[in-house]
Design a protein around this ligand. Structure first.
Ligand SMILES: NC(=O)N[C@@H](O)C(=O)O
Ligand code: NI
Length: 168
């Protein structure tokens, strides 16, 4: 019997993820040939957004250790002053967990399974769970904000939600 705190996992699609940000994937509709036809440019899949005097867009590498399942989603976070994107470099699937905002608190999380050729860009101030790597350590290219001010807001649930073992 699955409890109401058990979270289903759904495939990551641009339309389903639209309320939370962008999916970074090779969408043919965005492709333009460049460099004399030797390169396909999938143009402007997402926009990095930063706010505040002195804020800059930075590019980092995250090496995420795999999460163990069943996994208790006991918290969510958001970045009030900037977007944050994760693009897998190891070619492995990963989990994306987001929530709608409900009067300043995250609502029931939604869990998406991202393929190894899909990334996500969380729009500014969107509730999400920190990086959730699957199976083995995986590297991600991360584009987000650096600068003055506290760009991290965390919320801890009274009762965690549970993610069962994903089947990538
Ligand atoms: N803390 C940090 O830079 N990473 C988190 O924001 C995350 O979403 O993984
Ligand atoms: Ni984050």
């Amino acid at each position: 019997m699955t409890s109401s705190r058990s979270l289903d996992i759904q495939p990551l699609t641009r339309s389903a993820f639209a309320p939370y940000g962008d999916v970074i994937e090779a969408d043919p509709a965005t492709m333009r040939l460049i460099n004399g036809g030797t390169t396909e440019r999938f143009h402007a899949l997402a926009t990095a957004e930063v706010e505040g005097d002195g804020a800059v867009v930075i590019i980092s590498l995250f090496r995420g250790q795999p999460r163990a399942f069943p996994y208790a989603v006991d918290m969510m976070e958001r970045h009030p002053f900037g977007s944050q994107s994760f693009s897998p470099l190891s070619g492995r699937p990963f989990l994306v967990v987001v929530s709608d905002d409900e009067d300043g608190r995250p609502g029931r999380p939604r869990v998406f399974l991202a393929r190894g050729d899909q990334g996500v860009n969380y729009a500014r101030n969107v509730w999400h769970h920190p990086l959730m790597t699957l199976g083995e350590a995986s590297d991600f290219l991360v584009v987000d904000r650096d600068g003055p001010g506290n760009n991290l807001q965390e919320f801890f649930f009274d009762t965690p939600y549970i993610i069962g073992a994903p089947t990538p």
